[in-house]
Design a binder for this molecule. Sequence first.
Ligand code: GAF
Length: 390
Amino acid sequence: MNDILIQNTTRFFKEKFGNEPQKIVLSPGRINIIGEHIDYNDGYVLPAAIDKIICFALEKNHSKKSKIYAIDINDEFEFDLTKEIQLSHIVWTNYILGVVKQLQDNGFTLEGFNCVFSSNIPVGSGLSSSAALECGMIYGIKELFDLTIKKVDIALLGQKAEHWVGINCGIMDQFSSVYGLQNKVIKLDCKTLEFEYHEANFNDYALVLFDSNVKHSLFTSEYNTRREECEKGLLIIKNNFPAIKSFRDCTENQLLSIRDKMDKTVFKRVHYVIKEISRVSQACEALDNGNIELLGQLLFDTHDGLSNEYEVSCEELDMLVATAKENDAIIGSRLMGGGFGGCTINLIKKGKENEVKNKFSSLYLDIFGIELKFYDVKIGNGTSLFNLDK
Ligand code: GAF
């Protein structure tokens, strides 16, 4: 599937600019097994890169202007590197302008380049196409102009670009896009950015994403509000327990003992965070031990927390998870990513996938009048150069 994407992107580049591209970069989307809304709360997460990617074809153009063409939406734009980079009203262009701005703000003097890109990461499905765009673009510019930028800085610059666009996100998405490794999940400590790879072996179960095909507009504002609510909660915890530096140091009992000092909403958010941080460690251990049934139960628990306490779900996602709980072939399911739409991640008994998909798609269509989409997950590599001589 990616071969065709690479061929098409290269062909479009030649048609558009009349040359062979000098570099081809592939940058993946991500899934997250568990640890949702935990990256900006300094906990642990368990994401992985997937084999759905954005492909970039690039060349230097020996000017001070850059031209970018997005094949999938047949749209293009140009920017002048000698002028101050500013937010545009065309959303997709901001992710690119954002990384250029971050590179410039960090002392890199950029020259003009031409770029064509195309993607098979579904947009708005919670698979982090924006992080793939940011990290792939930084990687492409780095390769084209031979800049020295460490892997971790690609992720951090990508995250800053996303902040500039308007979402005060954590580091999980960009980190997974850069550090992904085939068949491995990444246990990432979002406080220290230390990480370890774990085998993505789900034994008799297949990982399948159900794409609700909805994206509620609340996402950006609610995301940023959740972050503020958690910051308020942490401050109250720290005031009461000076030894506590971050949520990971706080036990559930400590939190319960100061429940009356917090407003109800802040308490619910923080309670979810503390429980989720401990679930990630349990989930990672369960995965290592091949106890996929326990892992599945933890996914259900996470969804309950995200829906009832963190309140980032929606009726479509709740329906998908509630239906999954009643289905014997599914041992775990939860909303994945920021919420308010996008995908659920599901552990389905191998061999039962088609039966499950058929049941869910007709039920979902009956209830919401919307087509449910499915993605069978393959865990792939992080952002990298494609070898043009292949
Ligand atoms: C979005 C954000 F970009 C991530 O940083 C993360 O917080 C995620 O939502 C929720 O876990 O994808």
